[in-house]
Design a protein around this ligand. Structure first.
Ligand SMILES: Nc1ncnc2c1ncn2[C@@H]1O[C@H](COP(=O)(O)OP(=O)(O)O)[C@@H](O)[C@H]1O
Ligand SMILES: [Mg+2]
Length: 281
């Protein structure tokens, strides 16, 4: 793994290197999306969050979701893993229709699509180890010894070896995020959903988390969907960018295409004008 202190190089620089310049997943001819939102509608009472949400996610890519506070970014991720139910339209993951899946099948889906919740959402009363074992037990992951080994492995992956016995309250915000990430990757998901993984962190921890997102994608080949307002995140980890605006995905494309897009809000966001958009979260 590259040092978390080292700022990962932007994709565009990597792409100039020849070998690393192979086509990104979404550019491969005939690439089939692993996840498809089609004409999804979602309202809470009379408050319509999505009128017509359509979006593709391709295997192996890192897709960044941006958009203003309260626009529905977290709702989109929760719809995808069935924590919220759509009112209409279709959501397919791995060829399965998620909107009509039974609870027990949703559990199976969540072993393939893991989510790092906003604020890490660790159980405060449990140790780090117990937190990470929680999904392992839920998904019937091996013997006690195998689980111990897996906890050790994933803590190494997030550069936090040896904190098994600590309580979340003993850790800094950045460390809690990394433990949350360790918990999310413990069950070896194919897709990782990150909800605001760097919000509230200092710049060093922002870079460290961005470095981890990138290295997990590169080393494990996972598909990542990253909700963020942080431009450092956008430009270090992104293959494609999608923007939630006016109850739908108003734009999906490469960061380069976003820079040149006609949408004023998108351009302003990409040029940094919306840098502190989600400060209130
Ligand atoms: N479980 C819920 N019940 C009612 N309203 C909700 C629920 N979850 C989200 N909302 C509302 O849906 C809108 C979008 O929320 P959210 O996806 O959390 O926004 P964000 O883009 O900041 O992540 C907000 O107005 C929020 O209040
Ligand atoms: Mg949110």
């Amino acid at each position: 793994m590259s040092s978390p202190h080292e700022r990962p190089r932007p994709r565009r620089e990597q792409a100039a290197d020849g070998a690393a310049g192979a086509l990104r997943p979404h550019q491969r001819p005939g690439a089939e999306p692993i996840i498809q939102f089609r004409n999804v509608r979602k309202a809470f009472g009379r408050q319509v969050v999505y009128e017509d949400l359509s979006l593709d996610v391709f295997p192996g890519e890192t897709l960044t979701i941006i958009g203003g506070s309260g626009q529905g970014k977290s709702v989109m991720l929760k719809l995808l893993i069935g924590l919220l139910r759509a009112d209409g339209g279709s959501i397919q993951a791995f060829g399965q229709e998620v909107t009509t899946l039974a609870e027990r099948d949703l559990l199976h889906l969540r072993s393939k699509v893991a989510m790092l919740f906003q604020g890490a959402a660790l159980f405060d009363s449990m140790s780090v180890e117990e937190n990470i074992k929680y999904p392992l037990i839920e998904h019937g992951w091996g013997t006690a010894a195998e689980m111990d080994q897996r906890v050790d492995e994933v803590l190494h992956m997030v550069d936090m070896p040896g904190v098994q016995k600590k309580k979340p309250s003993e850790l800094s915000g950045g460390m809690r995020k990394r433990v949350g990430l360790a918990r999310a990757i413990a069950i070896q998901p194919e897709v990782i959903l990150y909800d605001e993984p760097t919000t509230g962190l200092d710049p060093i921890n922002v870079r460290r988390i961005n470095g981890l997102i990138l290295s997990l994608q590169q080393r494990l080949g996972v598909t990542s969907v990253v909700v963020t307002h942080d431009m450092d995140t956008v430009f270090t980890v992104t293959d494609r960018l999608a923007m939630v605006y006016e109850k739908r995905i108003a734009f999906a494309g490469t960061p380069e295409e976003a820079r040149n897009a006609e949408l004023r809000y998108l351009r302003e966001f990409v040029q940094g004008g919306w840098g502190t958009l989600d400060e209130d979260l």
